[in-house]
Design a protein around this ligand. Structure first.
Ligand code: 8Y7
Length: 283
């Protein structure tokens, strides 16, 4: 089912990701700090405990994000983003055995968190911010390129595609070409269709159904659908009731060759991945 990758070992800083397996990436959102420094320290501890629980549940990557991509979210300055993300990257690197992914589009955050032990850059803007290509190249880290049109604030304003899967593939191929020019070789790239980003429910479902076409680009796929509105819309479920729908999509994505699943519910998703692996390894 899965296409042959040129190499199954992806160096991520001081760790290696074995792409022969499907990995679960736990989501760690670093929310704005509260008023006092006391709040700041306890928040850091709480984030670290959450990361630790996801690692114990089987996450091999933790995606740390300090800038909300929700429509209408307040813009965050590079310094503010760095102040949210850097302390937790440092602590996770020191205390946990896991690959740290940094969910950022900000060049300064890429450079500084790489220095602090990050192993992967996850940029929903595919390195389109000024200076992001050069910053990512300088870190030497792998990069996840994700498809999105426009910015999180306006991306859901009437998205249109003739053929969503082909256009997503063309976009990702173009970003890979820009990466190559900037000194980021294909071997260092992970690709993501960007579910929920500038897509209607029908776009998301069609893209999901035909995801295997993206294997033609020759790079591992990351899929993020956890608790997203495509589940809510398809099942008419509020955000707190999207786990089973999300697990169904996790199983489908894994069976379709996705190599990294970005999720909130790590333990449940790890069971899905292990069960599929058990079947696939049978005679
Ligand atoms: C994705 C993501 C988000 C995704 C990648 C949410 C940061 C929205 N979604 N990164 N980030 N792929 N690579 O609902 O689908 O988690 S934020």
């Amino acid at each position: 089912m899965t296409s042959v990758q040129s190499s199954t070992r992806l160096p991520c800083g001081n760790r290696v990701l074995d792409l022969a397996q499907t990995h679960v990436m736990g989501i760690l959102n670093v929310t704005p700090d509260s008023f006092s420094d006391g709040g700041r320290y306890s928040q850091l501890d709480a984030a670290l405990r959450h990361a630790e629980s996801m690692v114990l549940a089987g996450a091999t990557l933790i995606d740390v994000g300090g800038e909300s991509t929700r429509p209408g979210a307040r813009a965050v300055s590079p310094l503010e983003e760095l102040e949210r993300v850097a302390p937790i990257v440092e602590r996770i690197h020191r205390e946990l055995d896991v690959i740290i992914s940094v969910d950022t589009s900000t060049p300064a955050v890429m450079r500084e968190t790489a220095r602090l032990g990050a192993g992967l850059i996850n940029d929903v803007r595919s390195l389109r911010r000024d200076g992001a290509l050069d910053a990512a190249a300088a870190t030497g880290l792998p990069v996840c390129l994700m498809h999105m049109l426009g910015e999180p604030g306006d991306m859901q304003d009437n998205p249109h595609y003739e053929d969503v899967t082909r256009e997503v593939g063309d976009f990702l191929a173009e970003r890979m070409a820009q990466c190559a020019l900037a000194g980021i070789p294909p071997e260092r790239i992970i690709l993501d269709p960007g579910f929920g980003f500038a897509k209607t429910l029908q776009h998301n479902l069609s893209l999901f159904k035909h995801m295997e076409a993206l294997h033609a680009l020759g790079r591992p796929l990351l899929v993020g659908v956890s608790r997203k509105s495509m589940i809510g819309q398809a099942l008419k479920r509020p955000v707190g009731e999207r786990l089973y729908g999300g697990l169904a999509l996790a199983a489908l994505a894994s069976a379709n060759g996705a190599r990294i699943l970005r999720v909130h519910d790590v333990a449940e998703t790890v069971d899905v991945v292990r069960m599929i692996a058990a079947v696939e390894s049978a005679e």
